[in-house]
Design a protein around this ligand. Sequence first.
Ligand code: GLN
Ligand code: MG
Ligand code: MG
Ligand code: MG
Length: 448
Amino acid sequence: LSAVEQDVIDEIDEKGIDFLRLQFTDILGTVKNVSVPATQAEKAFTEGIYFDGSSIDGFVRIQESDMRLKPDPETFSVLPWRTREGEDGGAARLICDVINTSTGEPFEGDPRGILKDALDRAAEMGYEVNAAPEPEFFLFEEDEDGRATTKTNDAGGYFDLAPKDLASDVRRDIIYGLEDMGFEIEASHHEVAEGQHEINFEYDDALTTADNVGTFRTVVRAIAAQHDLHATFMPKPIPKINGSGMHTHISLFTEDGENAFHDDDDEFDLSEEAKQFTAGILEHAEALAAVTNPTVNSYKRLVPGYEAPVYVAWSDRNRSALIRKPAARVPAASRIEARFPDPSCNPYLAFAVLIHAGLDGIEQGLECDDPVRENIYEFDEAKREEYGITTLPSNLGEAIDALEEDELVKEALGDHVAEKFVEAKTAEYDDYRVDVSDWELDRYLEKF
Ligand code: GLN
Ligand code: MG
Ligand code: MG
Ligand code: MG
């Protein structure tokens, strides 16, 4: 056992942990658990834990279904809502890499492995990738049967304080839960919409951050449920008010710890690399959207007027652009903010494709247009054309089409995931297309 693995075993003993949840995610980003008695920890580290991959969405074909989970000891974390000091029955989790048992190699359908590949490419170019997300979510009341409604439990607005912000107690408990799991919370606030919240946590390397996004969603839901509330990361649960985004801040650091995105001499404090990286993301935005905004509902958020981006452009100030350069207090904080991702995405795949697109921008030396400082929501088509501004796909179907035509993004995902992803998302979109919505019934049933 390595020193870190031994530490994990010691902690399991000390804290009375009886169960280990071995976690990984499927292609759609759902966190999967295999629970094993904590007595299996040593075996899990040395031999791995075998499971049948054929039952996991998009993982494998039936005839080659044996997979092995290889726990990453760095991700050990006690589940606070399952563990009481001095009591038995505590639970902890370990995030795992998925290994193909027939080759002994990382399984090509493991999203975590795909992000690791993207980070390897960055490392070959001399960069470490830092990322920080801003996941937004809604808290809704449950009905008598414990099912989620879309009734909010407060009527607060952006940065409102108690007594209007009744949810602040819940948010506080969520923050304690996150802190217990090792999160460093930077800020939390009530978002613009009723019942909408945002909790920001400290940036980290992109792999840790992607792990954290999965954990974050789990903790938020679990603790909301303790308050009889349903937390949802669905991008647009209520029409005509703001939806929930997952703005993603990215920067590249060199091996000697310098921020490669910072340049003191630049008007925007951005280096050439930062602009090329930005240009790479803009260039592939339409295909990226299929991964960063992967649900039918994602495209109900990406409409003008609700602080979500629609137009493929960058800006150093306005929030209607796809990418924004946030103000940075210190050189180390220079970064770009991709504003289009939403929290229904698989964070591993979303970060992987963003990173590949950005790195490609650097490799190709792509040039970035000047930032757009006007409110693009107010541009008409002619003005957008004049500025060379295109738009994001307007629905999941268009996004999948764009993905199928974008070799770079498909390669970033790898053949296996690209194929399974397109298959799953096409089925999702087709299912939506044949449905008849309440809106249509309200509008047409009695009229015609
Ligand atoms: N909720 C907005 C979105 O959909 C963002 C609002 C904000 O963070 N200022 O992206
Ligand atoms: Mg924010
Ligand atoms: Mg926000
Ligand atoms: Mg933001």
